[in-house]
Write a protein that binds this ligand. Structure first.
Ligand code: GLC
Length: 554
């Protein structure tokens, strides 16, 4: 059995990693060129965002051919080379499987449009409820109705995302067989990991009834019992045949109970899940397009309850602060100015010492922050552009709407990787598809030369590999009522040893009273982002701005 607790996974957004041919877009040869950089981190696997054939209306999450590499990114031969080169440094490949929907340019949809009944059953095609209205009142997650006209017919097709991303009807066994076939195709090419995009929304109810309100609406298609059934089937028919494979399901608005069921080994569904509750703690009234300092107590209580309950239920968490859909965590929960380095190290410590499998998003190891864009025309993401129009429609001034986009746009983290301080950040010889802005200070060259974040990540990764307490231990919350510090212990059933982790989430000094559990034994510091030397923890622990301390009993 694979030891998920010892693994660390790096995420590469191919479009923004490194451009080898000067077209302004990252590509597979670019990734191959940077393998020596990746090797330094000592991660186990890389999750690649989709690089399959796609019109790129949602940056590759609109797949038109699941079996071919988009020529913008390279060729099948490039992909095979990438797998082989990564294998040499013991790094596995995790591919992104977008099975809730496909591009309307996919031949399945095109054949359906041409009248082929078999393929029409691949999609949710429905007539208007009453003349002139849509089949139901569901909304697309990218804004506007979730239905569009199916060609010139009287029917509509469902799309929970962009109109060019048609939802696949998983109730149809042929659709499920296609999914297994795709996974098996890539397994044969040496792929050992799969990330399943928004996989918990594949089980829409047959009836597709109207929703009562936007919150209830999600329950009509999220985490329905058939999702578990379909995942078990996919597992059995594809990746479950290989015990070395790692899978992660992206779960939109899920629950702990469902996440346990998705990941408990005895269910034979997935290895782990991405969940997002902890990244909504700066959403005012649950609204993404809002501006609010993050709610620290909420963050802490969410992390705590997921840690405790997933462990109790024998489930497994994927741990992450960043990905290609989120603004940089450092810009949300840290300090982008004076304490950029300290707060980057602190956030990393808080997460990497938890129970689960940590993911690092490209550039996080440099302490990247949101770009300083000045105009809405600097953004390209479909979700951001739709949201901007909608905010204006709701009466926001252009400046207010822009500020909201600036804080939350997915383009924040999609900015090309900063390799050096040059105008294109060393990402391309051409014109980058998204403009980098703060590469003068934050870039790989500077970081490897005299930085303190990359090498801190190396240490965290090494700790996970060397300490069973970190890779396997149970989680015990500490200082739960403290308003500045996220602290916890890790322990094992078969030993009295413990690891204690303290993280000051603010830029001010703070003193915490430690419970006797922390102070009774001798021990040593495993890692800290300040000079520290403590063979015993004091009753009152002084933490400096954004200080992290990982301490282990002897
Ligand atoms: C996931 C992806 C996101 C994409 C969406 C629709 O949330 O991470 O980038 O837009 O699914 O496929």
């Amino acid at each position: 059995m694979i030891n998920l607790g010892e693994k660390v996974i790096y995420q590469i957004y191919p479009k923004s990693f490194y451009d080898s041919d000067g077209d302004g877009l990252g590509d597979l040869q670019g990734i191959i060129a940077k393998i020596p950089y990746i090797a330094k981190l000592n991660v186990d696997m890389i999750w690649f965002n989709p690089f399959f054939v796609s019109p790129q209306n949602d940056n590759g999450y609109d797949i038109a051919d699941y079996y071919q590499i988009d020529e913008r990114f390279g060729t099948t031969a490039d992909f095979e080379q990438l797998v082989a080169e990564l294998k040499k440094i013991n790094v596995g490949v995790m591919l992104d499987m977008v099975f809730n929907h496909c591009s309307t340019q996919h031949e399945w949809f095109q054949k359906a449009l041409a009248g082929n009944k078999k393929y029409q059953h691949y999609f949710y095609l429905r007539p208007a409820k009453v003349a002139g209205s849509l089949p139901n009142n569901w909304q697309s997650k990218f804004g506007g109705p979730a239905w569009s006209r199916f060609g010139q017919s009287e029917l509509y097709y469902l799309h929970l995302y962009d109109p060019t991303q048609a939802d696949l009807d998983w109730h149809n066994p042929d659709v499920r067989a296609e999914a297994s076939k795709i996974v098996n195709f890539w397994r044969k090419k040496g792929v050992q990991g799969f990330r399943f995009d928004v996989i918990n929304v594949i089980g829409k109810d047959h009836e597709l009834v109207d929703s009562l309100n936007p919150i209830q609406e999600k329950t009509l298609y999220t985490d329905t019992p058939v999702v578990h059934q379909y995942l078990k089937e996919l597992n059995q028919n594809s990746f479950g045949q290989d015990k070395e494979i790692i899978t992660v399901g992206e779960m939109s608005s899920t629950s702990i109970a469902n996440s346990i069921e998705y990941t408990r080994p005895q269910e034979h569904e997935l290895s782990m899940v991405f969940t997002f509750h902890h990244l909504k703690v700066d959403y005012k009234n649950g609204q993404k397009w809002s501006n609010m300092p993050f709610d620290f107590m909420k963050l802490k209580s969410l992390l705590t309850s997921w840690q405790l309950n997933m462990d109790r239920g024998n489930g497994w968490n994927a741990l992450f602060w960043n990905n290609h859909d989120q603004p940089w965590a450092l810009s949300r929960f840290g300090d982008t100015g004076k304490y950029r380095i300290k707060s980057a190290q602190m956030l990393a410590t808080a997460l990497h010492c938890l129970r689960g499998t940590p993911f690092i998003y490209q550039g996080e190891e440099l302490g990247m922050i949101n770009p300083d864009y000045k105009s809405i025309s600097d953004y390209v993401d479909v979700e951001s552009l739709n949201a901007y129009k909608e905010l204006l429609r709701q009466g926001k001034t252009p400046q207010a709407a822009f500020n909201l986009i600036k804080g939350k746009s997915r383009d924040n983290s999609r900015v090309p990787m900063h390799w050096d301080a040059s105008a294109t950040a060393g990402f391309t010889n051409g014109t980058p598809w998204l403009q980098p802005t703060n590469q003068a200070e934050i870039n790989v060259n500077a970081e490897l030369d005299h930085g303190e974040i990359f090498n801190y990540y190396q240490k965290l990764i090494a700790l996970r590999k060397n300490y069973r307490l970190i890779s396997q231990g149970h989680f015990i919350p500490l200082l739960e009522d403290n308003h500045a510090v996220f602290a916890y212990a890790r322990c094992l059933a078969d030993s009295s040893e413990k690891v204690f982790v303290f993280n000051n989430f603010y830029g001010t000094d703070t003193i915490v009273k430690l419970p006797t559990m922390c102070t009774k034994q001798k021990g040593k510091i495993l890692l800290s982002n300040y000079p520290n030397n403590l063979d015993k923890l004091p009753q009152e622990l002084h933490l400096r701005p954004y200080e992290s301390l990982v301490w282990c009993t002897l």
